[in-house]
Design a protein around this ligand. Sequence first.
Ligand code: NDP
Length: 246
Amino acid sequence: MRNVEGKVVIITGASSGNGEAAAKVLANNGAKVVLAARREERLKELKSDIEKQGGTAVFKVTDVASEEDMEELARFTLETYGQIDVLINNAGLMPLSYLHEKKVSEWDQMIDVNIKGVLYGIAAVLPHMRERKQGHIINVSSVAGHLVRKTFSVYSGTKYAIRAISDGLRQEEAENNIRITILSPGTVGTELFHTITNEEVLHSLDEVKKIAIPAESMAHSILFAISQPEYTAVNEMIVRPTKQEI
Ligand code: NDP
């Protein structure tokens, strides 16, 4: 596809859900994908699936909550392909709960992965993109980054933060020709709900899960943003199931 063929795209959280679907769709359209997540077996399988379809992929086991791992991921990509065209900061988790439950370690994890992971990703690729005066950073927020409901306080906080960080970054890097996209998905059928440890909260989402759209819908939105001409930046997208009211 126009402006996707040959691009080097790093995808965090590539071992399942939205990241995995994005990797497949982008590779099918000629991108060279760099798959990053913690589960090595999943990444290996995905690389092999992509190659069987004639695509190009490498993987690097990465914990996005580690600044060192994210710097290493960028170094590895530059050594392998010589450039980084796109970073998709997609890794995330959503252990929803009431604040009074004091699930402090889950709050910490969300802050570490959903916010710090994105910042470390930006930090790792920005020097290269600034030097080239070209690049694209896609940060995955959520509909929950636009509104908050009970049990979503911390998760929404992390996703609002992504929108703030992304728009500040957009303004700072406009003169360097770096495109910034915020993707805010609605309900998508992925493993994200597995991180919820409060059974009552998990079951309260049973109905909304029935209208979930496939992860490929997010992948096609990402493809759309990347495929625009370099002078056009799709800055923000909210992509919900048609049947999702809020
Ligand atoms: P999944 O649970 O299927 O995927 C989450 C991915 O994040 C996995 O690949 C996981 O890989 C990775 N991940 C988690 N922690 C880390 C870490 N410390 N380091 C590296 N990778 C990590 O869920 P989704 O595909 O749905 O989630 C992707 C993004 O989409 C998230 O940011 C989520 O908030 C967002 N989103 C999803 C919605 C939905 O309804 N599904 C709605 C709105 C937003 P591994 O465990 O192997 O490290």
